[in-house]
Design a protein around this ligand. Structure first.
Ligand SMILES: [Zn+2]
Ligand SMILES: [Zn+2]
Length: 396
């Protein structure tokens, strides 16, 4: 695959951008340096159009191919390629030369690598234009909990740029560099959040019969919530219920708390299970509290939807990966994972596919010792380009 050789040549330049982003991480929608640098590089590449401020701080580049818009081949269409730009509030512990220079902020999910790889692909595509149609490079803010993809869609991303299909990738620690993994159908889980406020009657710890022990009721709720997965959900479906925090308003060992608050998350791969889990979490919490003479208020908020790859586009994504890395290096039937991804909103808006690209034997994403592996860059760049050139072929 000639593309790959070209990206091996461009690797020092692209890795330079990546390490620069890594030194200067920014959070959520607050990406002044990152988005300005992305837009500046895109202008240097000579793309046809650069638009900033989509979804607050998202950046979009339009690159038109030199084909004539042949009908009936898939050519002449508009492909969206997406990267995320935001970092995480983590204190970096890599000790690397390109470590974060902003205390408490770190590119611990490899979005620096995703952004650099899409920039590399954009530079190549703007130079060669060897496709029939239009490529829209999407650089989004706030993947880490801020639904930046949704903000860009709400800002008219798909209609304004006429996007027909969308594709994206995420690095995967534990998968060897140069390997790809994906699947048709659900790839990543939905992520919903709940806050349960339990109210009893506070009192003296030595006189529990005069109080309603809020802490006991809350702990029973934590335990009972696990019955939702064990007893309500289809055993062949994947659902996670996790209570992540539990705090009471008691400040001493001799006080029975008046109030307890817990926060948790629910992850599902199936929308029907998502409805079931929400109903059962609410019922179990309120009924368990009542059994102890306490009350529970449940605030339940739906977050990122299930990331569902479309079958036809997944086949295109797999074929492009096989062209780049070889058939043996592509797992087209990968297991889904339960962390969520806001590319799910883009896959709800348009057909497309999301793939994982190996990051080798690195620390896991969101770990303070994580670093994106620059050796993955030629594979990611080549995949974007192979996808464009195969989906939007020039007529012979
Ligand atoms: Zn992440
Ligand atoms: Zn990520």
């Amino acid at each position: 695959m000639p593309v790959k050789n070209r990206f091996a040549e461009m690797l020092p330049e692209i890795a330079g951008w990546r390490q620069d982003f890594h030194r200067h991480p920014e959070l959520m929608y607050d990406l002044p340096r990152t988005s300005a640098r992305v837009a500046g590089l895109l202008r240097d590449f000579g793309v046809d159009e650069v638009v900033e401020g989509i979804g607050r701080t998202g950046v979009v580049a339009v690159i038109r191919g030199r084909g004539q818009g042949q009908q009936g081949t898939g050519a002449g269409r508009t492909l969206g390629l997406r990267a995320d730009m935001d970092a995480l509030p983590i204190i970096e512990r890599t000790g690397l030369d390109h470590a974060s220079q902003t205390p408490g902020v770190m590119h611990a999910c490899g979005h620096d690598g995703h952004t650099a790889m899409l920039l590399g692909a954009a530079k190549y595509l703007a130079e060669t234009r060897g496709f029939d149609g239009t490529v829209v490079c999407i650089f989004q803010p706030a993947e880490e909990g801020g639904a930046g993809a949704k903000a860009m869609i709400d800002d008219g991303l798909m209609e304004r740029f006429g996007i027909d299909e969308v594709y994206g990738l995420h690095n995967a620690p534990g998968l060897p560099v140069g390997r790809f993994a994906t699947r048709s159908g659900p790839l990543q889980a939905s992520a919903d959040e709940f806050t349960i406020t339990v109210t009893g009657r506070g009192g003296h710890a030595a006189e529990p019969h005069r109080a309603v022990d809020t802490t006991l009721a809350a702990c029973q709720i934590v335990v009972s919530l696990q019955s939702v997965v064990a007893r309500n959900v289809d055993p062949l479906a994947a659902v996670v219920v996790t209570v992540g925090t539990l705090r009471t308003d008691s400040g001493a060992s001799n006080i029975i708390a008046q109030q307890a608050v817990m926060e948790g998350t629910v992850r599902c791969l199936d929308p029907a299970m998502r409805d079931l889990a929400e109903a059962r979490v609410k019922a179990v919490a309120t009924a368990t509290a009542a059994a102890f003479g306490a009350t529970a208020e449940v605030a339940y908020e739906r977050g990122y939807p299930v990331t569902v790859n479309h079958p036809e586009n997944t086949a295109h994504a797999i074929a492009a990966a096989e062209a780049v890395a070889g058939t043996a290096q592509v797992d087209g039937a990968a297991r889904p994972i339960m962390p969520a991804e806001d590319f799910s909103y883009m896959l709800e808006a348009r057909p497309g596919a999301y793939v994982f690209l190996g990051n080798g034997d690195s620390a896991q994403c969101h770990h303070p010792a994580y670093d994106f592996d620059d050796q993955a860059i030629p594979f990611g760049c080549s995949w974007f380009v192979a996808l464009v050139e195969s989906r939007l072929p020039l007529s012979a």
